[in-house]
Design a protein around this ligand. Structure first.
Ligand code: ATP
Length: 428
């Protein structure tokens, strides 16, 4: 019989990682039952506030002898009890078991957890309907992610290899040879990607917190992911590593919506017109976008770095498709931009001074008249409208790798533009 196991919310910023627990369980349980495929790392709604880092939950499925189910459940609950960081108030583990096939209602719940905000009560109701066995620790909010990760269809997927540190190294700087990461990346790219930021010359595979992850290597080809990992040189021992199948970099979180429909914590793609000139506050760039149903503030925040330069080139009247997550910023509902595509750009007109009609010299502004710098000729200030290039191409613009959401698909991958172009019948 099939047994599905989902786990979430075992970690905190002070340590641990649900994937670490998942990797240990996958190994332990594989002694008792036959694993069906790899364990799954499922990223859910990236905009919800309770997440520690990337709102990831872990699921795995086994073919089991029914008699062993109690032992398997005990093993899972034992490890969750042993390894969760219960000291942190925002750590509320949840474990879910489901036997048999995945009902449609559970599939739908997974997509809601990916794209909207759901409550613990919603999860409990769905779990009861589908006959899942639910275990809550403390508030037990983790049952949302645990249940959603079991039901997630994972039609599109990528891989992530996670290598973990020896316990005595947790919390110390990670010793990974940067040069070897650049070389490995050059070898594996684009089958593995986001290993480095080539512009900043920085390594992206190492997290920065106290968690047990040494490196995470992402890719669309599992062989290449493993071989890229083998090319990286480490200055500390690796405790063990695990390959996960994941919905990272699939853009699964984005759904086409009307601006008037957008709610807090949604992830969406909208099409609209830029309302007024952009403005900046604290290095963040903002503009307003509207369609026939409403208006929303859109932001390219400081960490998106050079991406903001493209946003600054937008003008009132431009029609664009914008993808991102809805969050509250300074009390205002704000679409946190991940990608955008200019559909129709208004002409950009600049007003320039004419040449001197008498000698062809350069004119200088003097209040409401113009004066020739060369011959002194004076005339009323009448500027000439000139259309200048827009400096935005008809292509999708995306945030840089280190500002990218786990779920966001890089443009370098096949289909990286689909989620933003297809719903609106656009071609790049
Ligand atoms: P890590 O990425 O290191 O595993 P995390 O970012 O996944 O950490 P969690 O500690 O798992 O963070 O916390 C996320 C919490 O939010 C979990 O309790 C999860 O059940 C819950 N959750 C997930 N999706 C939703 C959603 N759509 N609505 C409400 N709560 C959600």
């Amino acid at each position: 019989m099939r047994l599905h196991i989902g786990i979430d919310d075992t970690d905190s910023p002070n340590g641990m990682c649900t994937t670490y627990l998942g990797a240990i369980l996958y190994r332990e349980l594989s002694r008792l039952a036959e694993p069906i495929d790899l364990p799954r790392l499922i990223r859910l709604n990236p905009n919800i506030p309770y997440k520690t880092r990337g709102n990831g939950a872990v699921a795995m499925t086994f073919e089991v002898d029914g008699k062993l189910i109690p032992e398997i459940k005990d093993t899972v609950l034992f490890y969750v009890n042993q390894l969760s960081d219960f000291t942190h108030e925002n750590t509320n583990p949840g474990v879910v078991f489901l036997e048999g096939d995945i009902p449609e209602e559970l599939r739908e719940f997974s997509f809601r957890a990916l794209r909207e905000h759901v409550t613990i009560e919603d999860a409990e109701r769905v779990a009861k309907d589908v006959g899942a066995d639910v275990f809550k620790f403390k508030l037990g909010r983790g049952i949302i992610g645990a249940l959603a990760s079991i039901g997630y269809p994972l039609k599109r997927f990528t891989y992530e290899l996670l290598a973990y540190r020896e316990l005595n190294n947790w919390g110390t700087p990670r010793r990974v040879n940067a040069e070897s990461v650049f070389l490995a990346d050059r070898w594996g790219y684009p089958f593995t990607y986001d290993n480095v930021d080539p512009y900043k010359r920085s390594v992206l595979i190492t997290p920065h917190g106290k968690d047990p992850v040494l490196v995470g290597i992402r890719g669309i080809d599992k062989g290449k992911v493993l071989q890229t990992f083998e090319r990286v040189k480490f200055g500390e021992p690796i405790a063990f590593y695990q390959l996960y199948k994941t919905n990272q970099n699939t853009d699964d979180h984005l759904t086409p919506k009307k601006i008037g429909e957008l709610k807090l914590y949604d992830s969406a793609v909208v099409r609209g017109t830029v309302v007024k000139p952009y403005w900046e506050r604290g290095r963040h760039v903002f503009f307003e976008l509207e369609d026939e149903t409403g208006k929303i503030r859109v932001a390219a925040f400081e960490p998106t770095k050079k991406f903001r330069n493209y946003v600054r080139k937008l003008l009132p009247g431009d029609e664009i498709i914008a993808a991102g997550g809805v969050k509250e910023h300074e009390g205002v509902l704000t679409l946190n931009l991940e990608k955008f595509y200019p559909v129709k750009l208004v002409p950009k007109i600049e007003y320039r001074k004419p040449r001197c009609p008498r000698c062809g010299g350069t004119m200088k502004s003097k209040g409401d008249y113009l004066k020739c710098k060369r011959c002194g000729y004076k005339m009323p200030k009448k500027l000439i409208p000139v259309e200048v290039p827009r400096e935005l191409e008809r292509k999708v613009y995306e945030v840089p790798p280190d500002a990218r959401k786990h779920l966001s698909r890089p443009l370098v991958l096949p289909g990286g533009e689909d989620s933003i172009l297809k719903p609106f019948n656009q071609k790049a």
